[in-house]
Ligand binder design. Sequence first.
Ligand code: NDP
Length: 445
Amino acid sequence: MSYVDNIIALVEKKDAGQPEFIQAAKEVLDSLRIIVDQDSIYEKAGLLERLIEPERMIAFRIPWVDDAGKVHVNRGFRVQYNSAIGPYKGGIRFHPSVNQSIIKFLGFEQTLKNSLTGLPMGGGKGGCDFDPKGKSENEVMRFCQSFMTELYRHIGPDTDVPAGDIGVGAREVGFMYGQYKRIVNNFTGVFTGKGLTWGGSLGRTEATGYGLVYIVDEYLKTISDGFKGKKVVISGSGNVAIFAAQKAQSLGATVIGMSDSNGFICHKEGINLDTMKDVKLVKRERLTKYAEVHKDAVYTEASKGRVWDIACDIALPCATQNELFIDDAKNLVKNGCKIVGEGANMPTTMDATEYLLGNGIAFFPGKAANAGGVSTSGLEMSQNSTRLSWSFDEVDAKLKNIMAGIFKSMDSAAKEYGKPGNFVLGANVAGFKKVAKAMLDQGVI
Ligand code: NDP
């Protein structure tokens, strides 16, 4: 068996019961054969064994009291995956599905993603099985304070810098940062995605969605094309989805479909983003409300159809992991879709990814395509360190440059290793090379 096969077997044995982590690890390891099996230096240094094992995995209890006085206990995690190229960096997710497997897969992906940005950030991720849906503002605040009362001892501006993710937006970051500051008595840039009046960066809210559209646009330019006139379908209606839709529309595309965890909207005239933001970001309601406002939009329950059934030129999965399956991939191809760009982390299953690649779809993996968020977090850290604030246009221009750089790195790596257009391989290889070099330089640690 080759070195890579041995490591895949090791992961399957050691991490049995962690399907999302095994899925992410296998996809990356498979791409790395082309480098790792050609040079014995990696096996000699035990590099893959070290790359797949987090440096540290913290699990903790989060007790909190609801408005009725009942005590609840949730389980929190922080994985500090790899610090070879910088302090651990990665978001915090609040969602009932959160478990060790999901946090590990996200932290592993984050390590390579952060490397691709070209900024000095290691990989980390955190979260909790808490569901903010249906909780009062005070309950969310008490929960966030309890979460941080444990997490604070493990993080710091040069150690580990968390940010938001699913279920953690500006409100939750504010509550967690407030508690951190109160405990350590120190105003530092220990979080990104902060509010604009207390150290946040302009452009961070929009960055992941905008970055996704920028990287796809970078590709379109190589075939002398652009977003203008394209029909776009986006899953999710949270932070990433809404700002991807905003940027795609500003470049002349029509976004005709969006979803949430209960169903999806098809609006052939184009999604009205003012309504969408009001329903999902301000009022935190269900998508059915959108169809109540726009009578020409059609709402379909998740049990009765898929957002990927809507014919489009470009599909942008921006909701969650494993939300675009093989049958969805077949439908997209059949209906003429040419591009799939992952705004979410690992939204496409492995067989669906293979199908899309095998059918000539330009496929942009999340670790490259959604790196705009963490890149702008990196820019927020730079602004905090120098105590400066850049304008929106400055940050946005830097984001655009970073996304163009990521496109170039993965495109070049795919070509160099004989698989032009295979951006999955390109992103994995380009992200890995930088981390691997740093790990080899730093010895067996
Ligand atoms: P949000 O919580 O803001 O939004 C998530 C959206 O996805 C909501 O509309 C939610 O619907 C929907 N959703 C969640 N689960 C499902 C499901 N099973 N089926 C269909 N829809 C679902 O999260 P973000 O937009 O921040 O994150 C989305 C994805 O992007 C995640 O994979 C995240 O890891 C990734 N990402 C986010 C970054 C960021 O900067 N925020 C950076 C890089 C990656 P509902 O309203 O019903 O819950």
